[in-house]
Design a protein around this ligand. Structure first.
Ligand code: AMP
Length: 282
């Protein structure tokens, strides 16, 4: 088991980063909201392979949650997460407080236009503004050479890539594959909310995506037919309520009228009260 240093204060994290830079060490960064699972671990492993030092952050970012969303009940267990970081061999676990991240009088936000208005952005007002703001702050503190994001949150990855490009940040953004349970369900900290019955229904999401991909590979290029197929599969399970199913261009996130290789099928589905997202690349 490695030595993971838990850092709570922003100034201490900055001091450490300063020293790492003087030593000429490369920094890989994995920002998360914690309650770590194999999806997060795959990002950490990737960072470890490509950098001298790996820093993971855990911060449940209040400004990316809507008023009626799950900020208060979002699962938190820093001791458990620290243990996982040690097992993986992460160098630093940065876990700042809300008070230090957003002190009284805080009033600066980063907004990426366009991309953030599509897919999840149409339903979660202010969500991406919260994400880009916090990621920007974390980048300024950790000053990574490379930062790792999961394709599970595909739109988030594209928004961060856009931000880094537009703001001329010297950070390489690396998108990592979606990690799934053996039966296909995409790993998510929110899966913890699911009752055993809901867990069964949640499987409809990946099932539907795999089925649609097969149908595409067999020659179906009509997005409406593929979307209908997905909706039928998901709706045939109890507790499910579809928020959106879209087939979009992998870069612009614009809906397609004819589906092509490389396009993304993205879905958001409530299973009971739990909102789950998933996607697949065709
Ligand atoms: P979160 O803690 O949910 O904000 O996620 C932190 C990072 O882990 C984000 O870049 C996510 O895209 C990534 N991530 C979450 N779940 C998965 C997964 N199942 N596979 C790959 N990456 C994931």
């Amino acid at each position: 088991m490695g030595q993971t240093k838990l850092i709570k204060s922003i100034s201490e994290m900055k001091e450490i980063v300063k020293d790492l830079k003087i030593e000429g060490l490369s920094i890989g960064f994995v920002p998360t909201m914690g309650y770590l699972h194999e999806g997060h671990i795959s990002l950490m492993e990737c960072s470890k392979r490509e950098n001298d030092i790996t820093i993971v952050s855990i911060f449940v970012n209040p400004i990316q949650f809507g008023k009626n969303e799950d900020f208060d009940k979002y699962p938190r267990d820093i001791e458990r997460d620290l243990k996982i970081c040690k097992e993986v061999g992460v160098n630093y676990l940065f876990n700042p407080s809300q008070k230090e991240m957003y002190p009284k009088g805080y009033s600066t936000f980063v907004i990426v236009e366009g991309l953030t208005e599509k897919l999840c952005g149409a339903f979660r007002e202010g969500h991406f503004r919260g994400v880009t703001t916090v990621v920007n702050k974390l980048f300024n503190i950790v000053k990574p050479d490379r930062a790792y994001f999961g394709k599970k949150d595909y739109q988030q990855l594209k928004v961060i890539e856009r931000m880094v490009k537009d703001l001329n940040m010297d950070i390489e953004i690396i998108g990592c594959p979606i990690v799934r349970e053996a039966d296909g369900l995409a790993l998510s900290s929110r899966n913890k909310y699911l009752s055993p019955e809901e867990r069964k229904s949640a499987l409809s999401i990946s099932k539907a995506l795999f089925k649609a991909k097969k149908k595409f590979e067999a020659g179906e290029t009509d997005p409406y037919k593929l979307i209908k197929l997905i909706k039928n599969v998901i709706n045939s399970y109890p507790y499910t309520r579809i928020q959106y199913v879209e087939i979009v261009d992998s870069e612009t996130l614009e809906p397609k009228t004819k589906v092509e290789k490389g396009d993304i099928i993205a879905v958001a589905v409530f299973v009971g009260d739990t909102r789950l997202i998933d996607n697949i690349e065709l």
